[in-house]
Design a protein around this ligand. Structure first.
Ligand code: LMR
Length: 324
């Protein structure tokens, strides 16, 4: 892996020295087929067309260059120019992004969009800006569910003793800890292997990530819990943004706006499609759908910890969420 990164850095330096084009390297960790993967390609095509090829966008999917946490530093060092990490992973740089990780805080995507497009989004953008990160858009994936080996999970307490992969925010780690499970922060690209090798028992993710990453082939159970939300911030570094002409910025912003609408639509459809495909293809995984009664038990379990979850989020963000 290290050799690939060094070769890549060498290639980037040479290209910077000789290229007349503006280059955007867009790094992400999911497959080309996922909503984020497809929206990245949509964005690339639009930008290249509108700039008559003067802006070139290269996409590096599946974490082939950087995982979502290291990519932010790579972005600041101009090794890549664009990334779309999950909010949870961005919380390493701006803690408030993990507000979306609070279990059962949001129950539908429309409230989340109101948060993105309103004051909450504005505040998050300002906080990122202070860290040298410009948020160009918020993208959806969808609601997360639990997959695991070992035993059926019908209540949070059933996770006791199991080892769960998390994306790493304090809130996600705590979500597993309070249920007696052990959280381990791991990169998305390693998940399938870690499950296969028995290093981890379970993880949480959206249907589309479970499907495209083929996690259903290495997990015995899927609990359809819809307990949390997975979304992304599409980011560039302020330094890179400031180096662009106004014309190029306009092209990028316009393409991003169109790619975002495309992505929202795709994310909903793709999660529905992925769930159907999982049901068809996951011959060895039992799917557990929870009754309303069980879901309300999950909600009241996590309600007990709401104040602790909220203690790592700033008051102004919580207040705006309260107003949605
Ligand atoms: C994960 O790490 O599970 C997700 O952030 C992957 C992604 O980008 O959807």
């Amino acid at each position: 892996m290290r050799v690939i990164i060094y070769l890549f850095i060498f290639f980037v330096i040479i290209q910077h020295a000789y290229s007349q084009e503006t280059v955007i390297r867009f790094s992400h960790v999911v497959s080309e087929n996922s909503p984020k993967g497809k929206a990245a390609v949509f964005f690339k095509n639009l930008v290249e067309e509108k700039s008559n090829g003067k802006i070139k966008v290269y996409i590096y999917p599946r974490g082939i260059l950087f995982d979502d946490i290291t990519v932010v530093n790579a972005l600041k060092n101009n090794l890549v120019q664009m990334a779309a990490p999950s909010f949870s992973k961005l919380s390493f740089f701006v803690s408030d992004f993990q507000v979306f990780d609070i279990p059962f805080l949001f129950s539908d995507i429309y409230t989340i969009h109101r948060a993105y497009n309103g004051k909450v989004g504005e505040l998050l953008k300002k906080k990122a800006f202070k860290k040298g990160i410009r948020v160009l858009a918020f993208w959806d994936n969808g609601f997360k569910h639990i997959t695991n080996n070992g035993k059926e999970i019908r209540l949070p307490e059933d996770m006791r003793g199991l080892r769960f992969r998390t994306m790493g925010s304090n809130i996600l780690n705590y979500q597993f800890m309070v249920a007696g499970a052990k959280p381990y922060v791991k990169a998305f690209s390693n998940l399938k292997n870690l499950m296969e090798e028995g290093v981890l028992d379970g993880q949480e993710n959206t249907f589309s990530n479970i499907y495209y990453q083929k996690l259903y082939t290495v997990q015995d159970y899927l609990t359809v819990s819809k307990h949390g939300y997975l979304g992304y911030a599409v980011i560039v570094s302020e330094k890179f943004w400031n180096s662009l002409s106004q014309d190029f910025r306009d092209i990028i912003l316009d393409a991003m706006q169109k790619a975002t609408l495309y992505e929202y639509n795709l994310a909903i459809k793709d999660n529905e499609y992925s769930y159907e495909m999982i049901k068809l293809e996951a011959k060895n995984m039992k799917i557990i759908t929870l009754s309303d009664n069980l879901i309300s038990k999950w909600k009241s379990f996590y309600k007990n910890y709401e104040n602790t979850f909220k203690s790592v989020i700033s008051g102004e963000i919580l207040e705006e969420i309260g107003n949605l």
